[in-house]
Design a binder for this molecule. Sequence first.
Ligand code: DGY
Length: 313
Amino acid sequence: MTQLPRVITDDVLSENLIELLDGKIERLPWSTLDGADDDTVDGILTFGHLLVTAEHLAKFPDLKVVSNYGVGVDHIDVDAAHILNIPVGNTPHVLNGTTADQAMTLLLAAGRRLREGDIYARSPEFTYFDPAYMLGTEIHHQTVGIIGLGGIGYQIARRCAAFDMNILYHKRTPLADNPDNLDLTYVTLNELLEQSDFVVTICPLTEETTGLIGKEELARMKNSAVLINVARGPVVDTDALTEALQNGEIYAAGLDVTDPEPLPRDHPLLSVDNVTITPHLGSATIQTRRKMAEISVENLLLGLGGQALLHSV
Ligand code: DGY
């Protein structure tokens, strides 16, 4: 019997991955990464966001591929992998629309106080309709500022256009391609923060974007503004955001990601009313997660066979 390729995977994998990997690899526990050097390891498949460091990569001289289930690869030392000529696969494109839907879910929920409304509607206090309570902030015809207009950001912009929003964006360089001819205005980060009613972060996590939205940036935003983070937690300074929400420096926030993630259960941000938090659900639909599983397994198998990956970084 031929020996199956030996692949380190997270100890917990989704059913999709388990099914797609069945009979194709020999799974090795994640702890293998912290064990001794091993020239029998062929691949790494990362499912959650566990770290893959330069030190880990250097332990496996026969490593052929690192395949990531997800588009963001900030938990993998990609530079070290490149130096070692190890391709790193990811799953772009298939999750753009889904993650944009999640951004809109949070934008609508935070602006229209969905979380508080749901709690109130279920509570004994809700005994009569009061037209003066729980007023939210308008969404249509407001200005949205999108930080990071890549594939997901563009899909967010399309959705905002359908809400008749005025769309500003900021990224390193102005957009080269605008396939839907959306009415988009490129502005500096400060202009975006000062003019937007909704600020949406959807940039990759890099050294440059770590702490991008801190005390000073939150102070630049309108007191009536809503911050949505669907990028990575460390793009926003958690302490500064907690303070800004507590002090009414901004109106509300919607977060799909936090720093740390998850927040400690007694973190003060969890007691703030005007923040809506989802547990990193950006691409979490049945359909999209299946596609991500298929691509990450395909990337893994291609890499194990020494072929070019479907998608790599
Ligand atoms: C991604 O694809 O990067 C998502 O955050 C899920 O990992």
